[in-house]
Design a protein around this ligand. Structure first.
Ligand code: GLA
Length: 385
């Protein structure tokens, strides 16, 4: 991205003068889906696409918000922030309201955002906006807050202000990831380790189905509710605070106590997916990419058959991807119901992979997909002052 072009746009909006530039990435989850709100482990990495934020401090308490991606703009007072319809501004506004409400000392700012992530494609464009906003304000005004706490605040903003009941994975990945690694995060304790992503001559390829995620938020909340009911049923017999506290062996012994088949299936996905994350990290450390790919495939199949969050487009994309030479594993990533898949593909096969899958997918769905070859990248950072 050419930062000078962004600066020019900023000056055109707010006049010439000083400007700070920040960037927060999006993320791709390699494995561990619908696990974060069940208290288990996830394994995402940051990608090089994300959100740029340009900011200049103000002497008063006015916040001006503009974006190069959307025409809607807003002017707000820090002491009087409330939700603004269904507009994009709600993501930065939620974060600003919480930061201000917690008593952090800062004044207003002129802010302009530009994102190169596809929106609503499961690559965490919203977490990217939330985290970069909190990080920029904190840096600009010398607020003492860690990236971990920025992630927690951004998640709360999304839960309480925007009204999406997401877990911690996206905000944590966007705030904490490091280049060349994925982060293995225990979503219950928030303990984490960085695991180097060395894929033995393979790369990570994201495929965007370009299927709009319809009713994604309500279905997401429905899955959360189903997990809670499954946990309630089984925890009458075993001691478990979260579904992910249950090992696969214990689950097999007690699963019949979850009478409802649908709830049992949801829980089965969660318990086995959590286990797959542990196995996948082990496989990566052992340099066993074939095993890593096999676990990715199992993850998708479980999300399709037991958790039912894939849908035709994601299933077709994965099916066609797995048919290609040089593909080690392929699965949906993020919440599902449309959005993106992630595949591990041998480098020499990437071009033919993209050409073939594009053709086959368009033929079967009528939709035009997009592909991004990505490397694990850093979390949120300052670019220039
Ligand atoms: C969305 C949510 C995350 C997580 C994933 C599914 O990305 O924001 O918290 O639950 O779905 O793994």
């Amino acid at each position: 991205m050419n930062i000078h072009i962004l600066e020019k746009e900023f000056f055109a909006l707010y006049g010439k003068g000083s400007v700070n530039v920040y960037f927060a990435p999006g993320r791709v989850n390699l494995i561990g889906e619908h696990i974060d709100y069940n208290g288990g482990e996830v394994f995402p990495c940051a990608i090089s696409m994300g959100t740029y934020l340009l900011i200049r401090e103000r002497a008063d308490n006015t916040i001006n918000l503009a974006s190069l991606n959307f025409s809607y703009r807003g002017e707000y007072k820090l002491n009087d922030i409330s939700k603004d319809g269904d507009e994009w501004v709600n993501y930065p506004l939620g974060v600003l309201k919480l930061l201000y409400g917690e008593g952090h000392k800062f004044r207003g700012a002129d802010i302009m955002l530009y994102g190169d992530l596809p929106n609503g494609a499961g690559l965490s464009s919203s977490a990217s906006v939330e985290v970069v906003t909190a990080f920029a304000i904190a840096d600009l005004y010398g607020i003492n807050i860690t990236n971990r706490d920025i992630a927690l605040l951004a998640q709360r903003a999304e839960n309480e202000f925007v009204g999406v009941n997401c877990g911690i994975m996206d905000q944590f990945a966007v705030a904490m990831c490091r280049a060349n690694s994925a982060i293995r995060l225990d979503c219950n304790t928030l303990e984490y380790t960085y695991v180097p992503v060395e894929l033995n001559g393979c790369s990570i390829v994201i495929a965007n189905t370009n299927k709009k995620r319809e009713l994604a938020d309500s279905k997401y909340n429905e899955r959360r509710g189903e997990c809670e009911l499954a946990l309630k049923a089984i925890s009458k017999y075993i001691d478990a605070g979260h579904l992910c506290d249950i090992t696969t062996d214990t689950f097999e012994r007690y699963k019949q106590h979850i009478d409802n088949k649908l709830l049992r299936d949801r829980a089965e996905h969660v318990v086995y997916e959590n286990n797959r994350v542990v196995e996948a990290c082990k496989a990566l450390v052992d340099n066993n990419i074939v095993e890593f790919g096999k676990l990715m495939n199992e993850s998708h199949d479980s999300l399709r058959d037991l958790y039912e969050v894939t849908g035709d487009e994601l299933d077709i994309m994965v099916e066609e991807s797995r048919r290609c030479d040089g593909v080690v594993g392929s699965r949906m990533t993020g919440a599902g119901f449309g959005g993106c898949t992630v595949s591990v593909v041998k480098r020499e096969s990437i071009n033919s992979f993209i050409a073939t899958v594009k053709d086959k997918y368009t033929c079967r769905t009528g939709l035009k997909p997009e592909f991004y070859v990505v490397e694990p990248d850093d979390g949120v950072k300052k670019i220039i002052t």
